[in-house]
Design a protein around this ligand. Structure first.
Ligand code: 5AD
Ligand code: SF4
Length: 447
């Protein structure tokens, strides 16, 4: 490759989960340290980072077609951008990407992106650089301070997964479970609040597996961390995602009843409502144990909104087994859900299991599942009408004087009035649709 002039502008395109959004923000902060700024809207960037997701099908193909598009746009503009591929596709298929896509200068995995500046130096010399090491916690220590963001911020507290569900690539792309130290998280949360965050969502592939030592040297779990973060003045709301049913501790369940700043919302994937399928998925819980766990959360916090992830068409799934998934949706009455068609991921045990389900059956099951989920979501929103709650204002709405924000139950709420982004306002929920609610403004709680 020819030596390149160092980039002055960048754009990060993050795909997939919120952990990637967090990583993308932190890459931006690293670049800012070097004086590289976000490319203005509508302008080509000198450096484009594709922060990829590998969780479902066609991930790699999407990356190659994105690279193709970037190269074509660069040709048209008379200047090829420096292309970096980051995220989980980079981790899983780094070598293939380098071999197949000569336009790519940098391949960097999710645990190595703190080394991006050095890799840019090498790219400036005309070298191509790959780094898919997994040096555990080193990344976070090497990252610069947090910068000003919107009122709702992400904070990665835990990464990786040791669960090895048979369909999932995460244990291979993100590595083993690690917890960031308590003191680092408290410090980063303070920085986020100083930078304007009112709400922090704690992130981890298995966020409730987080464990650490508090200021007094006591071993604490996520519930303990949340109690400590709740003491930060100016931080008004705490959320966390994504949890695994088997890592739920009493302390975290109790926190839902006792910590006011902890929002009444729980994302707890179940994947299937059938025990044979759950076993084949290596989920290590049953439908019944999941339901019992949900009951404990409801006992601690009766108004808690529940959300889940589902996979339809796992190898061997029969119609009757799929019907159990519909039943568990009815039983839990979720407020929101994410549902996916099973996608065989290379290198995972399920990819070579017998009984792969034809796409048309998967389509049909997904449709039925989403319809059922939609009914419960609408019912949940309708049941909220008449409640008065706080809404954190996140952005302007489409209409003059309209604002959009989130209720404690993570519903999108729109209302009109004199306000600013980051205000916490009291709103009475007045009308409900499947995906949002309309509210009537009562008062501003904090500004
Ligand atoms: N196919 C379909 N969905 C998957 N998920 C993870 N791996 C796969 C796969 N191979 C879903 C799960 C998980 C969510 C993040 O993505 O539901 O909880
Ligand atoms: Fe994947 Fe299962 Fe780990 Fe979730 S718990 S990241 S689905 S292996």
């Amino acid at each position: 490759m020819k030596p390149q002039t160092p980039p002055q502008t960048y754009r990060v395109k993050s795909f997939g989960c919120q952990m990637n959004v967090y990583d993308g923000e932190r890459m931006g902060e690293l670049l800012a340290e070097r004086g590289i700024v976000p490319a203005p809207e509508g302008e080509e960037a000198d450096l484009v980072i594709l922060n990829t997701c590998h969780i479902r099908e066609k991930a790699a193909e999407k990356v190659y077609s994105d690279i193709g598009r970037l190269v074509a746009a660069g040709k048209e503009a008379g200047k090829a951008p420096l292309v970096a591929v980051a995220g989980c596709v980079a981790q899983a298929e780094g070598e293939e990407i380098m071999a197949r896509a000569p336009a790519v200068s940098i391949v960097v995995g999710p645990q190595a992106y703190h080394r991006l500046p050095e890799m840019l130096d090498r790219a400036a010399q005309g070298e191509r650089a790959t780094d898919t090491d997994m040096p555990a916690i080193a990344k976070f220590d090497a990252l610069p301070a947090r910068r000003k963001r919107g009122p709702s911020a992400f904070l990665t507290v835990q990464e990786g997964c040791d669960k090895f569900c048979t369909y999932c690539v995460v244990p291979y792309t993100r590595g083993a479970e690690i917890s960031r130290p308590f003191s680092h998280l408290v410090a980063e949360a303070h920085k986020l609040v100083e930078a304007g965050a009112k709400e922090i969502t704690l992130l981890g592939q298995n966020v409730n597996a987080w464990a650490g030592e508090d200021e007094k040297g006591r071993t604490v779990g996520l519930g303990g961390l949340i109690r400590r973060l709740a003491q930060i003045d100016g931080l008004e709301r705490i959320r966390y995602t994504t949890s695994h049913p088997n890592d739920m501790e009493d302390e975290l369940i109790a926190a839902h009843g006792e910590v006011e700043k902890l929002m009444p919302y729980l994302h707890l994937p179940v994947q299937s409502g059938n025990d044979r399928v759950l076993k084949a998925m290596n989920r290590q819980h049953t439908a019944e144990s999941y339901l019992r766990l949900i009951e404990r959360f409801r006992a601690a916090r009766p108004d808690i909104a529940l959300s889940g992830d589902f996979i339809v068409g796992f190898p061997g799934e029969t119609e009757a087994e799929f019907a159990d998934t519909l039943s568990i949706v009815d039983e839990v009455r979720y407020a929101a859900c994410f549902s996916f068609k099973y996608s065989p991921r290379p290198g995972t045990p399920a990819a070579t299991m017998e009984g792969q389900i034809p796409p048309e059956i998967m389509d049909e099951r997904l449709q039925r599942l989403q319809q059922r989920i939609g009914q419960h979501q609408l019912a949940f929103n309708r049941a909220s009408v008449g409640k008065t709650c706080t809404v954190l204002v996140e952005r302007k709405g489409r209409h003059e004087g309209q604002w959009l924000g989130k209720s404690p139950w993570l519903q999108s709420v729109h209302f009109t009035g004199e306000h600013a982004i980051g205000d916490l306002v009291e709103v009475t929920l007045a009308e409900a649709g499947p995906n949002s609610l309309g509210g009537i403004l009562r008062q501003t709680v904090t500004v």
